[in-house]
Design a protein around this ligand. Structure first.
Ligand code: ADP
Length: 447
């Protein structure tokens, strides 16, 4: 502070000394005139410093602080330091806000901040997409104007935010959102929107699955208990008893098949990694599948096997055998007596292996093909049941193939027949040097 006094008084003091000298040399008039001029010059100089300061204060926020001289050097330097410290605090604050915003953007859920009147104050990009909030246009708009779902409005206005509310997205059809409102600050609210479409789909699948299994088990159980009641209430002759027992056994068998398929499916689904890979020859597997097909068809169909090029496969033999068998069993079950069924193995140019089952059966309309591998999906429910189908065969095939990175291709013409082909990736197929002898096998149909 002393510096300011010294710097501020030095110049007027010098002016007085100069004026005194002029006074001594040139008389009082000259002396006072010089003093007046010098003091006027000093006042003008001080005023220019004030103008400089006012200009700076009126200018851009980030304009540099002007340099001060004399008595003004210290105040200007102090202002400069203060501005610099403020700018650093500002930068830190902006950095913190930017970090919070990028954290809010990284959250996988949509987030919207509402004011006391439920107007949108801020929304992260995900919420903007989910709810159709325009970043520039909709800030300040009541959220209820954008999300008109009555259930959500009731929730927003109801005041009980202990639970979330589930609403369909107004923006994307088929998308379901779970909205949770969290009050914070003074009358402000944070809305967290989570896309639960997949969770909903899984929950729905689980519900459908339980309903399907219960239904599938209920049908044979009802039949069995019906027979038991009849046998308890009525005097049956030996022949009738035999017949009823045989029918009951049939129902018990279909329940056993269903439970076995359910266990297979659940084992396949719960396994994280594929069963330990083994290397096995394709041909014996094809011949075993073929022999089972002959036994199941019992001469009703003309079944051929083209064992194709000799090869070994890498994978879980039992799983692959069960997938191939399921396709062959279906071909037999959905091909009327006298039909033809051709099993074939081939290796494509790219080294991938293909097992195909072609039948001349009832065929499948194109709209059903994409859904065939869903659990319990059947084109014709009664036909499937009548032929002993559980509705799980192709679901099992799908899981086995998934675990072997293989794919299922289905081509079908209703009334003419279907071809189900399994394509195994080249890395699981190793061609062997050609073996001698005919590889084609055929058994003519009886019927
Ligand atoms: P299912 O036990 O009912 O046969 P799958 O999962 O094995 O169950 O097959 C699903 C449905 O696909 C069957 O119900 C049937 O309608 C149809 N399907 C499967 N294979 C054939 C085929 N070779 N020819 C005609 N329809 C078939």
């Amino acid at each position: 502070m002393r510096e300011i006094w010294i710097a501020g008084l030095a110049v007027p003091a010098a002016a007085i000394v100069v004026a005194a000298l002029v006074y001594a040399l040139g008389g009082p008039v000259a002396g006072f005139a010089v003093l007046a001029l010098l003091l006027l010059a000093i006042v003008i100089w001080h005023l220019t410093q004030v103008v400089k300061l006012v200009h700076w204060a009126d200018g851009e926020l980030d304009a540099p602080v002007p340099e001060g001289h004399g008595a003004w050097r210290i105040p200007f330097t102090r202002i400069y330091r203060r501005v610099r410290a403020r700018a650093a605090v500002h930068r830190d604050l902006a950095h913190t806000i930017a970090r919070f915003q990028s954290a809010a953007e990284a959250v996988p859920d949509g987030m919207v901040v509402l004011d006391a009147a439920n107007r949108i104050r801020w929304a992260n990009r995900r919420a903007q997409r989910q709810l159709g909030i325009a970043e520039d246009g909709d800030i300040g708009t009541p959220l209820a104007n954008l999300l008109r779902e009555p259930e959500f409005i009731r929730y927003l206005e109801g005041g009980d935010y202990t639970q979330s509310v589930v609403v369909p997205s107004a923006r994307e059809s088929g998308v379901t959102l779970s909205m949770l409102l969290v009050p914070f600050g003074v009358d402000e609210k944070l809305i967290i929107c989570r896309d639960i479409t997949e969770l909903e789909a899984v929950a729905r699948m689980r519900r459908d699955f339980i309903a399907n299994v219960s239904h599938e088990l209920k049908t044979p159980l009802t039949v069995i208990s019906g027979f038991v009641e009849t046998m308890q209430d009525m005097d049956l002759d030996a022949h009738q008893r035999e017949r009823y027992l045989a029918l009951m056994e049939q129902q018990a068998q279909s329940m056993r098949r269903l439970v076995a398929d359910l266990l297979t499916l659940s084992a396949l689904e719960s396994e994280q990694s594929p069963a330990a890979d083994t290397t096995f020859a394709v041909e014996p597997l094809l011949r075993a599948v073929y022999a089972d097909a002959l036994a199941l068809s019992a001469g009703d169909h003309a079944i051929t096997l083209d064992a194709g090029p000799a090869a070994t496969l890498v994978g879980a033999r039992d799983e692959i055998a069960s997938a191939f068998s399921n396709l062959v069993t279906n071909a037999i079950r959905y091909t009327p007596k006298g039909g033809r069924i051709a099993l074939a193995w081939s290796i494509a140019e790219d080294g991938s292996g293909m097992f195909s089952v072609r039948d001349t059966g009832i065929g499948i309309a194109p709209e059903h093909i994409p859904r065939l591998t869903e659990r319990f999906y059947r084109v014709d429910r009664s036909r499937s049941r009548a032929t002993g189908g559980t509705g799980l065969g192709l679901a099992i095939v799908k899981h086995v193939l998934l675990r072997h990175q293989a794919t299922l291709e289905v081509a079908s013409v209703p009334g003419s027949g279907s071809t189900f082909s399994v394509r195994l990736p080249a890395r699981r197929v190793h061609r062997l040097p050609a073996a001698e002898g005919a590889r084609e096998t055929a058994v003519p149909a009886r019927g």
